[in-house]
Write a protein that binds this ligand. Sequence first.
Ligand code: ADP
Length: 266
Amino acid sequence: MLRVEKVSFSYGGARKILESVSLEVDGGKLVGLLGPNGSGKTTLLRIISKVLQPSGGVVFLNGKKVSELSVRELARELAVVPQETAASFEFTALDVVLMGRTPHLRRFELEKEEDLRIAEECMRLTDCWHLADRPITTLSGGERQRVFIARALAQEPKYLLLDEPTANLDLRYQIEIMEIIKRLAVEKKLVVIMASHELNLVASYCDELVLLNNGRIIAAGAVREVLTRENIRRAFGVDVLVETHPLTGAVYLLPVNGQQHTALHS
Ligand code: ADP
């Protein structure tokens, strides 16, 4: 279980970027982290993954303080799929996924058969094994995203953080990535937190949502409790109709006028 307890943070200036943020997520749950640009989503993910130290509060993974785990211990528990997944060198997709095995290798140890087997399994799970020998720089956005999710899985984590995993992907890839993430949460019982701007997409796939605004949680819980007209107005300054999808029963949002539509996805 992941527990974030009263976490606060500032980047040095007087302005608080996060203020007393608390949340709890159980294994098997897919949680969407929402909020306008600059609301603190990426900062929160960085604090959970110990890239940043909070100025107040504590993050617990399975009862252990993240601040007390070594980098290696943490990497065996938690994996991150960052927003920018550009790889500059001519690594193949398989090389990239094998990098996920590093926390399980001893110093200077090379990957073994077992690591290759795990990398293959993760690439099959995310439907990118057929890309194994392709240089990572030649892959499309959706293909690269699947490779980076496979790399995160190769760490064999219990916690998976994704920062806008569907950004810049076309609709088919967006759905494909969400299906993969959802399946992983359920089948591998992972705690999954994904930051996203795709409100309708997270509404159909996430178990719970957390809505940030100005570094504070303004709503958290079931999709229907969070995606209300009032909450969307408060966070995004946009008026929406909250509807129920006639085929799936999921909540979806319809901006009230066309001009405001851009604001929703900015
Ligand atoms: P989000 O992911 O919701 O868009 P971020 O966590 O990236 O929000 O940013 C929250 C706030 O922190 C923004 O106002 C942003 O400008 C500021 N910020 C982000 N990174 C830094 C940094 N390295 N130094 C100073 N301010 C930063």
